[in-house]
Design a protein around this ligand. Structure first.
Ligand code: SER
Length: 318
């Protein structure tokens, strides 16, 4: 299958491009972004500069490479979105509608567009958040994610298209730094622990959020994309859980390897965003319908993250 990825320079896009090229072949996976990507993406296969708001440019790329599947990863995340709500609305909604309309017009076989725990809001039950529940987010990012789920579902129902999506928790990784999310503290903490032995955390010690390590994120994304359509009952909004911890527990897991590590908690505007999201999610639909089963727990992730980040710091890359 020939695949187009939007947002290939982002935290998930970078590693997803490499993972998909390993599965489908380097030439079969066309990476695109508004800016150049990491060397592992630029050097391993086709790359196109693409602004997802430019529908005709996207059409040309779909035609040029005879694209059959799209992973739509380009988006503005929660914290940046609160700084510039109209940018979040424009990129997240108009980018998505361009992908869906082109999918319909150019007969793209399958589209995957992620949603997020940000689709939930303060009125949603916080523990083991059900699959079907209140969706009244208070961030512009969350609003675009709920509207995006509804839109994707509309294209499934009205046009019989194959559009799939999952609600990512906070994603922790070490290849590309995340850009402008609220859960990003859980990435930054590892870098600062290794480099400085201390970290200033923008949420409180007790702030609990659902999180996932990148290898599990890639597995969830690709497994859902590849799942037999006949097995799916819902398509666009699967909860996917993996681990759930508060900031103090994350710090303690790092302290086990770096005993002198210190965290100062200085909550800022991120706190209200984090407080509006769940602690953990019920992902039984994903487990039943497409066999979702995460591998990493907090300690396994911490060991892996510290090793990888140490190498980056030693090379002077952070
Ligand atoms: N990681 C995202 C954010 O914090 C949530 O989907 O914005």
């Amino acid at each position: 299958m020939r695949i187009l990825i939007t947002g290939c320079s982002g935290q998930i896009g970078t590693e997803l491009t490499v993972a998909l090229r390993n599965i489908y072949g380097n030439d079969q996976v066309i990476a695109s972004d508004i800016k150049e990507a990491a060397p592992e993406v630029m050097q391993s296969g086709p790359f196109e500069i693409l602004d997802v708001l430019d529908k005709e440019a996207m059409r040309q790329i779909i035609r040029k490479y005879q694209v059959e599947g799209i992973f739509h990863m380009a988006a503005i995340l929660s914290a940046v979105g609160e700084g510039n709500p109209m940018l979040a609305w424009n990129v997240n909604m108009n980018g998505l509608i361009n992908v869906l309309e082109l999918g319909r017009e150019e007969k793209v076989e399958r589209i995957l567009c992620p949603s997020s725990i940000a689709a939930f809001g303060p009125e949603t039950p916080v523990d083991n958040t059900p699959q079907e529940t209140v969706l009244r987010p208070t961030t512009m990012y969350g609003i675009t994610k709920v509207a995006g789920e509804l839109l994707c579902n509309y294209y499934v129902q009205k046009y019989g298209m194959d559009v799939r999506g999952l609600r990512y928790p906070g994603i922790i990784s070490n290849a590309t730094l995340p850009g402008g999310g609220t859960t990003d503290y859980a990435v930054a903490i590892y870098y600062d622990a290794v480099k400085f032995g201390k970290y200033e955390c923008f949420v409180t010690a007790e702030t609990t959020l659902p999180m996932m390590y990148m290898p599990d994120c890639l597995k969830a994304t690709i497994d859902l994309f590849q799942a037999p359509k006949a097995n799916l009952k819902r398509f666009v909004d699967y909860n996917v859980g993996s681990m759930s911890f508060d900031a103090a527990t994350l710090a303690a897991s790092i302290k086990r390897y770096i005993p002198e590590f210190e965290v100062a908690y200085k909550p800022d505007f991120h706190q209200a965003i984090a407080d509006s999201w769940p602690n953990s999610v019920d992902d039984s639909a994903a487990r039943e319908e497409w066999g979702w089963n995460p591998e990493y727990d907090l300690d396994a992730m911490t060991r892996d993250m510290l090793q990888a980040v140490k190498i980056k710091v030693e090379k002077g890359e952070y």
